[in-house]
Design a protein around this ligand. Structure first.
Ligand SMILES: *Cc1c(COP(=O)(O)O)cnc(C)c1O
Ligand SMILES: [Zn+2]
Length: 437
């Protein structure tokens, strides 16, 4: 993973501040995922040569896995314990931020019994992050890039969770914020996005319309000085998802799981989990052995699952219609890479109906006491389906991601009291309660 030379690219966008003064720790350049062309670190997202997506390239601390492991274990109980592997300055933990991560890895024995899993089933529960979704991880990294590049306003296009994560991180880290969402999101997500005091703008359209609007805004004087965490800061933002891979392995005792079930919206999270696992292997922090990554989508927005099943390399965009709004991206930027990874690792991409999503939310709540948002219903539902089909192997160690909190998607689950009664024993008995129940 050592990197020899860093070429200056002919990139057309010049970051504010000189490239020499930019300290993002082990990150040394941006590199094109298609042609490998290198650019200096800056707020860029597309290759100047081929327009392919850029990703962060590193000079990682090789050669002393024991020392690195000890250094990580001595770090803070959040994503900054992995600062040596992230595009952030070494003193990142001392800066004001939300410090997300190191969420619970729950050994889900009750759920395992229900699904007939014998090899160990775990739920990585990212509802425990500061704004109750996995998005705090990616935003935390984007904030450091925004600081390094001198941006003063944080922005994003969001399916809901990202808007809240950006609003909160901006408030704490001292940025202004202006975030954009489709106008028809769940109330829980709208309130979460608005409460931190920045600007929240509802766009009349789908997420894909919101995203297109933000791309236009970046090229306009209206958006000058703005860091869009998932557009012009996207290469950095994406790296935050690597921490899910690091944490899962560390929490398993520095072991790779055999199978992971990961939700797919744009596909960024899944591709960066794979990148994180590969880094741990390359650094000698875990044993080098195969793992399989499975992508999970909602049937009402399943462009990647469709392409996987049809054997296509191209992802045909769809118009989303599902209760899993946080995953409702009809034209997923990283879709083709998700297909590559699922195929290369021997995984799959599968989808479930809205009804199966709700059933799975209830199943996880009833068996493990975890109330997931609809995206968690998607991963648990897909896991259930793939175990039943024999595609997931029940004798192997499996990790299912829950990426958000059920409190944000209350409307998806029609749950209520078993009975509403007058406060008397007689009324309680009359309602059918008692020893015979
Ligand atoms: C954003 C999000 C994801 C994954 O998004 P990607 O764009 O695929 O990285 C998963 N779950 C929840 C709850 C999300 O908000
Ligand atoms: Zn390129």
């Amino acid at each position: 993973m050592a990197v020899q030379s860093v070429q200056d690219s002919t990139a057309s966008v010049v970051p504010p501040g000189s490239a020499d003064s930019i300290d993002l720790g082990p990150a040394i350049a941006l590199s094109c995922r298609e042609c490998g062309e290198r650019s200096t670190l800056g707020p860029l997202f597309a290759c100047a040569v081929c327009f392919g997506p850029l990703e962060v390239a590193y000079e990682l601390p090789e050669g002393d896995p024991e020392g690195l492991r000890r250094r990580i274990e001595a770090g803070p109980p959040n994503i900054w314990r992995y600062a040596p592997l992230l595009p952030v300055p070494a003193d990142v933990a001392e800066k004001p931020g939300l410090d997300p991560g190191f969420t619970r890895l729950v050994k889900a024995d009750n759920l395992a019994r229900e699904l007939g899993v014998t090899g160990g089933l775990y739920v990585k529960d990212d509802s425990g992050n500061p704004t109750h979704s996995f998005k705090d991880r990616v935003v935390a990294i984007a904030v450091e890039a925004a600081r390094a590049f001198g941006f003063t306003t944080l922005s994003c296009s969001s399916t809901g969770n990202l808007a809240g994560a950006v609003g909160a991180a901006a408030a704490r880290a001292g940025f202004a914020s202006c975030v954009f969402i489709p106008h028809d999101l769940e109330a829980g997500k709208v309130v979460m996005a608005a409460v931190y005091g920045g600007d929240l703008v509802g766009i009349e359209g789908t997420y894909d319309d919101v995203n297109r609007f933000c791309s236009e805004l970046i090229g306009d004087p209206l958006g000058e000085g703005w860091g869009f965490v998932n557009v012009n800061l996207r290469p950095y933002y994406g790296e935050g998802s690597k921490t899910l891979a690091y944490e899962i392995c560390e929490q398993l005792g520095w072991r790779l799981p055999d199978q992971l079930v990961v939700p797919v919206a744009s596909g960024s999270q899944l591709t960066k989990i794979d990148k994180g696992l590969k880094e741990l292997i390359a650094l000698g922090l875990v044993e080098d052995r195969p793992y399989k990554i499975f992508g999970a989508q909602a049937e009402g927005c399943s462009p990647v699952s469709r392409a996987f099943k049809d054997g296509h390399d191209v992802v045909r965009p769809v118009k989303p219609d599902t209760i899993a709004k946080s995953l409702a991206i009809g034209n997923p930027a990283d879709g083709p890479y998700v297909l590559d990874i699922a195929r290369r690792t021997g995984g799959a991409v599968e989808d479930v109906t809205d009804e199966e999503i709700v059933d799975a939310i209830r199943l996880l709540a009833r068996t493990e006491g975890i109330f997931a948002e609809t995206a968690g219903g998607v991963t648990v539902g897909v896991a259930r389906k793939l175990f039943a089909a024999g595609v997931l192997d029940p004798s192997l160690t499996t990790v299912v991601l829950n990426t958000g909190d059920g409190l944000k998607t209350l409307d998806a689950v029609a749950a209520g009291p078993s009975a509403t009664i007058r406060p008397t024993l007689q009324a309680f008995r009359a309602a059918g309660f008692g020893t015979s129940r």
